[in-house]
Design a protein around this ligand. Structure first.
Ligand SMILES: *Cc1c(COP(=O)(O)O)cnc(C)c1O
Length: 489
């Protein structure tokens, strides 16, 4: 299948591209995104066929259903990355927490956050495509702490790809920072930037827009790609586990084939939620996709009121930093799917020119058919973490926002699958606070909590504190460009 553009075509770019083209150069006309021309059918027949499939078997069939221009051998190689998860036979455990509440744990990959679900196989595909075309790519990421480690991990020592991650100095947890600054490979660069995540992201945007930087890349024959969820190569791998959740509830006899379930997705850039939306549209019996936000609840406002309004908002720092986002890129793909390219372009233009857009009554109704949304404060998240811990379930603060949505939803008729997007170890200071353990650093928190709860830290986390720090530089925004030019020579 081919991929088309969410804001229509500008007459310069191709109006329809293959999957490999869409993932190598993910920016479409007018600043839009690539979207699938149509969706596969993941209805009851597809589900029935996979009742006894492994995660990888299911994944392969999902990818094949999108009819992508990637050879089977490369698909197999990419999916083999799930063998490196904690349990190769069950990379995504779906755990029963209450009679009607299951938690799908998406964090059992190498960097302990859900980003690995897509970035692990995506890295294999992207670097192999670049290599076979004889092209060189640069991927730059500004990270609040989870995308950076997962991007570095998937591309380290890969041919034809260089990666540079920028993180706000002091804006990540120690574990997240160590996951980046200890990555040792010649094709990786990590820079701490003075300022907060917004500053870092702005600095990256102006670098990518600068003609001097573009010229330098051209001279060196390096193209730019992206590994965030504007890249459809991320989204495609984020559809699989939503189907898998349904299959797991079938397998344990919680539901019969065709019964509906609700899913709850902690959301920031809306990539995870978009995966759920696509499989729902493709026929998986999902009643509602429930979006959970922290206090940066712009998505909650959109789904409840039809208004996406940046004008009176400032980004708030919360204890679920991966969801501290106000410009949520993937909502655009839902707009396209529901209302088409012309309306999507109109709405997105209004957002960039006026700082807001508003859906009309009928459009809002269409959103509410698929979505519901709730938000969660830091204190509420702490209370939930503490309370569930008393019953033996340990969760990270992003997951807690999903549990808040579960608790707040009144009509609980159908079973719920909530997504857990990070391991607690990435946010151990918050867990310490929730469980009233008095500590001052990540390492103290990790030790105290694992001792108190009698759990063994994974080697990946434990070893982090012993590894050499490779990337020592903390720089001013204006020094990013010279650092980059130096790295690229
Ligand atoms: C990235 C991330 C999210 C948000 O996912 P989106 O796909 O951007 O909505 C939520 N939780 C954690 C821990 C993450 O790393």
């Amino acid at each position: 299948m081919n991929f088309i553009e969410s804001r229509g075509n500008d007459g310069v770019k191709k109006s329809s591209v293959s999957f490999s083209e869409a993932i190598l150069s993910p920016m479409a006309s007018f600043g839009g995104l690539y979207v699938p021309e149509y969706l596969p059918n993941f209805g009851l027949e597809f589900i029935k066929k996979h009742k006894n499939s492994s995660y990888k078997e299911l994944a392969k069939d999902v990818l094949k259903s999108f009819e992508i221009d990637i050879e089977d051998s490369l698909i197999d190689e990419a999916l083999a990355r799930y063998d490196e998860f904690d349990d190769a036979n069950n990379p995504v455990p779906v755990v029963k927490v209450k009679e009607d509440l299951y938690i799908s744990e998406l964090y059992h990959g190498p960097t302990r956050a859900f980003k690995d679900m897509a970035l692990q196989p995506f890295g294999v595909v992207l670097s192999s495509l670049a290599k076979s075309r004889g092209e060189n790519y640069l991927i730059m990421a500004a990270t609040s702490g989870d995308t950076g480690p997962a991007t570095l991990e998937t591309f380290k020592n890969k041919d034809n790809i260089k990666v540079c991650c920028l993180y706000p100095d002091g804006g990540t947890s120690d574990v997240q920072r160590l996951q980046m600054v200890t990555e040792d490979a010649p094709n990786l660069k990590v820079l701490g930037v003075k300022g907060n995540f917004d500053d870092t992201q702005d600095a990256l945007k102006s670098l990518l827009a600068s003609s001097e930087f573009k010229k330098a890349l051209d001279e060196k024959n390096i193209k730019l790609s992206a590994a965030n969820s504007v890249n459809f190569g991320r989204i495609i791998f984020q559809t699989i586990y939503h189907i898998y959740s349904y299959l797991e509830l079938l397998k344990v006899g919680k539901i019969e084939l065709g019964d509906k379930i609700n899913v709850i997705v902690p959301s920031g850039n809306f990539g995870n939620a978009l995966g759920a939306y696509y499989v729902k549209q493709a026929g998986v019996p999902i009643e509602k996709i429930i979006i959970s936000s922290n206090r940066n609840d712009i998505l909650t406002d959109l789904i409840n009121s039809g208004k996406y309004d940046l004008r009176d908002r400032e980004l708030i720092q919360t204890n679920s930093p991966a969801m501290d986002i106000l410009k949520s890129s993937n909502v655009e793909r839902v707009l396209y799917d529901k209302f088409g390219a012309t309306r999507t372009k109109e709405l997105m233009n209004s957002l960039s020119q006026n700082g807001f857009y508003e859906l009309n009554e009928d459009e809002l109704k269409q959103f509410k058919e698929d979505f519901e949304a709730y938000s969660c404060t830091d204190d509420e998240a702490l209370e939930i973490i503490g309370r569930y811990l008393e019953n033996g379930y340990l969760m990270d603060p992003h997951t807690a926002t999903a549990i808040k949505a579960y608790e707040e939803k009144n009509d609980k008729v159908l079973p719920f699958v909530a997504y857990s997007t990070a391991e607690w170890t990435k946010f151990s200071l918050t867990i310490a606070k929730a469980s009233k353990v008095d500590v001052n650093s990540d390492i103290e928190a990790l030790k105290a909590i694992s001792k108190k709860l009698n759990i063994k830290l994974s080697d990946k986390i434990d070893n982090l504190f012993k590894k050499d720090i490779i990337h020592l530089k903390i720089i001013e925004k204006m020094d990013i460009m010279p650092e980059m030019l130096n790295f690229l020579t």
